[in-house]
Design a protein around this ligand. Sequence first.
Ligand code: ADE
Length: 237
Amino acid sequence: MFTLFPGMFGGVLGESIIGRAMAHDRLEVRLHNFREHATDRHHTVDDYPYGGGPGMVLKPESLFTAVEAALGTPPSCPVILLTPQGKPFQQKDAERLAQFPAFALLCGHYGGVDERIRQHLATEELSIGDYVLTGGELAAMVVMDAVARLIPGVLGSEESPASDSHTTGLLQYPLYTRPPEFRGWSVPEVLLSGNHQAIARWRRRQALLRTREKRPDLLVKADLTEEDRRFLNEQEP
Ligand code: ADE
């Protein structure tokens, strides 16, 4: 992570699954405050935009120097700039990035970054959604978290990502745990039946119905079997 606000990452890196993975050396996240690479007396990292206009622009020097000091020239791994202009981040990007031994996340702040950072330092740009955050840090944490949980050993064996929403191209089926009845709402009978084949069929069908209801855009792209299609056709949309 290359950021001006490394303190923002403390909670995320210290708690829960990510905290456990870091403590067990299954995941390493290095925080680089690139302000430390600014060479002027005030450690300036931003400046007014050429041509005028509102907002400040992140200067290129200290970010380039920080990245090159850590990763070499040119950097030996993907260098990802978080920006609302980036490609929308999706599960398949997380799967792709999880294959690299390392990658760098660059967090911009202020009104935007000098264009030379995009063109000559970043190897790709990612956005976590069509809204504007105050900086790239929260977006970088989202990307880091989504990738980290795909790295072998980060999730426990009981936290397998195989049936996650998006991994299969469908939303996840409904989950229930004890008690079997809560405030008069009971767990679907099939889940208590012990019939694994029936449970698997029910889950697949629920995932199909739920995806059609909540995210019809995903269903269009999903890998459906003949049986899936027949089932959906039989159901009222
Ligand atoms: N920086 C500011 N907004 C962002 C977004 N939506 N995605 C990624 N980086 C950002």
